[in-house]
Design a protein around this ligand. Structure first.
Ligand code: ADE
Length: 235
Protein backbone atom coordinates (compact mmCIF):
# COMPACT_ATOMS: atom_id res chain seq x y z
CA UNK A 1 0.00 0.00 0.00
CA UNK A 2 1.10 3.54 -0.76
CA UNK A 3 0.18 6.31 1.72
CA UNK A 4 0.56 10.05 1.09
CA UNK A 5 0.09 12.46 3.99
CA UNK A 6 -0.26 16.19 3.45
CA UNK A 7 0.17 18.41 6.53
CA UNK A 8 1.67 21.65 7.82
CA UNK A 9 3.40 19.59 10.54
CA UNK A 10 5.38 16.80 8.85
CA UNK A 11 7.09 15.96 12.17
CA UNK A 12 3.73 14.79 13.55
CA UNK A 13 4.20 11.63 11.51
CA UNK A 14 7.59 10.59 12.88
CA UNK A 15 6.01 7.77 14.97
CA UNK A 16 5.32 5.99 11.66
CA UNK A 17 8.98 4.95 11.69
CA UNK A 18 8.34 2.88 14.83
CA UNK A 19 6.96 -0.55 15.67
CA UNK A 20 4.67 -2.43 13.27
CA UNK A 21 4.24 0.45 10.84
CA UNK A 22 8.00 1.04 10.69
CA UNK A 23 8.59 -2.66 10.05
CA UNK A 24 5.87 -2.74 7.40
CA UNK A 25 7.73 0.04 5.57
CA UNK A 26 11.08 -1.72 5.85
CA UNK A 27 9.48 -4.90 4.50
CA UNK A 28 8.10 -2.94 1.53
CA UNK A 29 4.48 -3.65 2.50
CA UNK A 30 3.74 0.05 2.98
CA UNK A 31 5.33 3.05 1.30
CA UNK A 32 4.76 6.42 3.00
CA UNK A 33 5.32 9.91 1.62
CA UNK A 34 4.84 13.00 3.77
CA UNK A 35 4.25 16.35 2.05
CA UNK A 36 4.58 19.78 3.64
CA UNK A 37 1.50 21.81 2.66
CA UNK A 38 3.48 25.06 2.98
CA UNK A 39 5.72 24.06 0.10
CA UNK A 40 2.67 24.50 -2.16
CA UNK A 41 2.03 28.13 -1.14
CA UNK A 42 2.83 30.91 -3.56
CA UNK A 43 3.20 33.99 -1.28
CA UNK A 44 6.33 34.87 0.65
CA UNK A 45 4.60 34.36 4.04
CA UNK A 46 3.63 30.81 3.03
CA UNK A 47 0.02 31.46 4.01
CA UNK A 48 -2.28 28.41 4.21
CA UNK A 49 -5.37 29.97 5.80
CA UNK A 50 -7.73 32.92 5.65
CA UNK A 51 -10.73 34.36 7.53
CA UNK A 52 -14.01 32.47 7.13
CA UNK A 53 -16.66 33.84 4.77
CA UNK A 54 -19.72 34.75 6.81
CA UNK A 55 -17.60 35.61 9.85
CA UNK A 56 -16.95 33.59 12.97
CA UNK A 57 -13.92 32.60 15.00
CA UNK A 58 -10.75 30.96 13.70
CA UNK A 59 -9.32 30.54 10.25
CA UNK A 60 -10.18 28.30 7.29
CA UNK A 61 -7.53 26.51 5.24
CA UNK A 62 -7.29 27.65 1.63
CA UNK A 63 -8.79 25.52 -1.15
CA UNK A 64 -6.18 26.97 -3.55
CA UNK A 65 -3.19 25.71 -1.55
CA UNK A 66 -4.80 22.32 -0.80
CA UNK A 67 -5.71 21.94 -4.48
CA UNK A 68 -2.08 22.51 -5.52
CA UNK A 69 -0.81 19.95 -3.00
CA UNK A 70 -3.41 17.29 -3.83
CA UNK A 71 -2.91 17.71 -7.59
CA UNK A 72 0.85 17.24 -7.12
CA UNK A 73 0.25 13.99 -5.24
CA UNK A 74 -2.27 12.84 -7.87
CA UNK A 75 0.30 13.40 -10.62
CA UNK A 76 2.55 10.80 -9.00
CA UNK A 77 -0.22 8.24 -8.46
CA UNK A 78 -0.06 5.00 -10.44
CA UNK A 79 -3.65 3.97 -9.65
CA UNK A 80 -6.68 6.00 -8.56
CA UNK A 81 -6.17 6.64 -4.84
CA UNK A 82 -8.73 7.01 -2.05
CA UNK A 83 -8.87 10.45 -0.43
CA UNK A 84 -9.16 10.26 3.37
CA UNK A 85 -10.21 13.42 5.15
CA UNK A 86 -9.98 13.31 8.97
CA UNK A 87 -12.67 15.63 10.35
CA UNK A 88 -14.87 15.64 13.46
CA UNK A 89 -17.85 15.95 11.10
CA UNK A 90 -17.22 12.69 9.23
CA UNK A 91 -18.42 9.09 9.66
CA UNK A 92 -17.17 7.62 12.93
CA UNK A 93 -14.19 5.34 12.33
CA UNK A 94 -14.53 1.67 13.29
CA UNK A 95 -12.99 -1.74 12.58
CA UNK A 96 -15.17 -2.21 9.52
CA UNK A 97 -13.77 0.99 7.99
CA UNK A 98 -10.22 -0.09 8.89
CA UNK A 99 -10.80 -3.36 6.99
CA UNK A 100 -12.12 -1.43 4.00
CA UNK A 101 -9.19 1.00 3.99
CA UNK A 102 -6.69 -1.89 4.28
CA UNK A 103 -8.01 -3.27 0.99
CA UNK A 104 -6.98 -0.20 -1.05
CA UNK A 105 -3.63 0.24 -2.88
CA UNK A 106 -3.22 3.96 -2.29
CA UNK A 107 -4.53 6.32 0.42
CA UNK A 108 -4.06 10.09 0.44
CA UNK A 109 -4.70 11.80 3.80
CA UNK A 110 -5.32 15.54 3.92
CA UNK A 111 -4.79 16.76 7.45
CA UNK A 112 -6.45 20.09 8.22
CA UNK A 113 -5.82 22.42 11.15
CA UNK A 114 -7.59 25.51 12.52
CA UNK A 115 -11.34 25.45 11.77
CA UNK A 116 -10.78 23.03 8.90
CA UNK A 117 -10.33 22.99 5.12
CA UNK A 118 -12.51 25.02 2.71
CA UNK A 119 -15.42 22.64 1.96
CA UNK A 120 -14.98 23.03 -1.79
CA UNK A 121 -11.88 20.81 -1.60
CA UNK A 122 -13.91 17.71 -0.70
CA UNK A 123 -16.66 18.72 -3.10
CA UNK A 124 -14.23 19.20 -5.98
CA UNK A 125 -12.48 15.85 -5.57
CA UNK A 126 -15.79 14.05 -5.09
CA UNK A 127 -16.77 15.36 -8.51
CA UNK A 128 -13.46 15.23 -10.37
CA UNK A 129 -13.24 11.43 -10.60
CA UNK A 130 -9.51 11.51 -9.80
CA UNK A 131 -10.06 9.55 -6.57
CA UNK A 132 -11.86 6.21 -6.47
CA UNK A 133 -13.51 7.37 -3.22
CA UNK A 134 -13.49 10.36 -0.85
CA UNK A 135 -13.96 9.36 2.79
CA UNK A 136 -14.56 11.92 5.55
CA UNK A 137 -13.83 10.24 8.86
CA UNK A 138 -13.98 11.17 12.53
CA UNK A 139 -12.17 9.16 15.21
CA UNK A 140 -14.75 10.09 17.84
CA UNK A 141 -17.04 12.74 19.24
CA UNK A 142 -14.41 15.23 20.38
CA UNK A 143 -12.44 17.92 18.59
CA UNK A 144 -8.69 17.61 18.07
CA UNK A 145 -6.44 20.51 17.10
CA UNK A 146 -5.89 18.92 13.71
CA UNK A 147 -6.25 15.81 11.60
CA UNK A 148 -2.73 14.45 12.10
CA UNK A 149 -3.38 12.43 15.25
CA UNK A 150 -6.59 11.09 13.72
CA UNK A 151 -4.64 10.03 10.60
CA UNK A 152 -2.15 8.21 12.84
CA UNK A 153 -4.98 6.37 14.58
CA UNK A 154 -6.60 5.42 11.28
CA UNK A 155 -3.28 4.29 9.81
CA UNK A 156 -2.35 2.23 12.84
CA UNK A 157 -5.69 0.41 12.83
CA UNK A 158 -5.56 -0.05 9.05
CA UNK A 159 -1.94 -1.08 8.53
CA UNK A 160 -2.09 -3.99 10.99
CA UNK A 161 -4.80 -5.52 8.78
CA UNK A 162 -2.63 -5.55 5.64
CA UNK A 163 -1.51 -9.09 4.81
CA UNK A 164 1.95 -9.78 6.19
CA UNK A 165 2.12 -6.81 8.58
CA UNK A 166 1.27 -8.88 11.67
CA UNK A 167 3.19 -12.13 12.15
CA UNK A 168 0.32 -14.01 13.81
CA UNK A 169 -2.85 -13.58 11.74
CA UNK A 170 -4.93 -15.07 14.60
CA UNK A 171 -4.30 -12.01 16.73
CA UNK A 172 -6.27 -10.01 14.15
CA UNK A 173 -9.25 -12.41 14.09
CA UNK A 174 -9.37 -12.48 17.94
CA UNK A 175 -9.50 -8.70 18.21
CA UNK A 176 -12.39 -6.85 19.73
CA UNK A 177 -14.82 -6.00 16.88
CA UNK A 178 -13.19 -8.45 14.42
CA UNK A 179 -15.72 -9.90 11.96
CA UNK A 180 -16.97 -13.39 12.81
CA UNK A 181 -16.89 -14.59 16.44
CA UNK A 182 -15.85 -11.20 17.82
CA UNK A 183 -18.25 -9.02 15.84
CA UNK A 184 -19.89 -6.59 18.29
CA UNK A 185 -17.88 -7.95 21.21
CA UNK A 186 -15.11 -6.50 23.35
CA UNK A 187 -12.22 -8.83 24.03
CA UNK A 188 -12.30 -10.26 27.58
CA UNK A 189 -9.45 -10.46 30.13
CA UNK A 190 -6.01 -11.87 29.24
CA UNK A 191 -3.15 -13.19 31.40
CA UNK A 192 0.43 -14.38 31.23
CA UNK A 193 2.88 -15.80 33.82
CA UNK A 194 3.12 -15.91 36.80
CA UNK A 195 -0.11 -17.83 37.67
CA UNK A 196 -0.47 -15.82 40.89
CA UNK A 197 0.35 -12.12 41.36
CA UNK A 198 -0.57 -9.79 44.25
CA UNK A 199 -2.98 -12.47 45.49
CA UNK A 200 -4.74 -12.58 42.11
CA UNK A 201 -4.88 -15.97 40.39
CA UNK A 202 -5.25 -16.67 36.68
CA UNK A 203 -8.69 -18.32 36.13
CA UNK A 204 -8.36 -22.12 36.46
CA UNK A 205 -9.94 -22.84 33.09
CA UNK A 206 -7.05 -21.15 31.26
CA UNK A 207 -4.60 -23.62 32.86
CA UNK A 208 -6.81 -26.64 32.06
CA UNK A 209 -5.61 -27.28 28.50
CA UNK A 210 -9.25 -27.90 27.51
CA UNK A 211 -9.47 -25.79 24.34
CA UNK A 212 -13.24 -26.03 23.89
CA UNK A 213 -13.81 -24.97 27.49
CA UNK A 214 -11.31 -22.11 27.13
CA UNK A 215 -13.01 -20.87 23.95
CA UNK A 216 -16.41 -20.92 25.71
CA UNK A 217 -14.98 -19.08 28.74
CA UNK A 218 -13.46 -16.40 26.49
CA UNK A 219 -16.77 -15.92 24.72
CA UNK A 220 -18.67 -15.64 28.02
CA UNK A 221 -16.16 -13.11 29.37
CA UNK A 222 -16.28 -11.08 26.15
CA UNK A 223 -20.07 -10.93 26.46
CA UNK A 224 -19.86 -9.90 30.15
CA UNK A 225 -17.41 -7.12 29.38
CA UNK A 226 -19.45 -5.91 26.42
CA UNK A 227 -22.65 -5.78 28.53
CA UNK A 228 -20.79 -3.78 31.18
CA UNK A 229 -18.97 -1.22 28.99
CA UNK A 230 -20.74 -1.15 25.65
CA UNK A 231 -24.29 -2.53 26.09
CA UNK A 232 -25.41 -0.80 22.89
CA UNK A 233 -23.19 -3.18 20.84
CA UNK A 234 -25.41 -6.09 21.86
CA UNK A 235 -28.73 -4.29 21.42
N1 ADE B 1 -9.95 16.66 13.45
C1 ADE B 1 -10.35 17.30 14.57
N2 ADE B 1 -11.06 16.48 15.36
C2 ADE B 1 -11.13 15.28 14.73
C3 ADE B 1 -11.74 14.03 15.03
N3 ADE B 1 -12.44 13.83 16.15
N4 ADE B 1 -11.61 13.04 14.14
C4 ADE B 1 -10.92 13.23 12.99
N5 ADE B 1 -10.33 14.37 12.65
C5 ADE B 1 -10.42 15.40 13.51
Amino acid sequence: MRVDLITIFPEYFSPLKLSLFGKAQEAGLVEVKIHDLRSFTIDKHKTVDDAPYGGGPGMVMSAVVWGEAIDAVLKQAKTKPVLVVPTPSGNVFNQEMAIKLASFDHLVFINGRYEGIDSRVVEHYQQSGEFSDVIEVSIGDYVLAGGEVAALVILEATSRLINGVIGNEDSVTDDSFAPGEMQNLLEGPIYTRPPSWQGLDVPEVLLSGDHAKIAQWRKDEALKRTRKFRPELQA
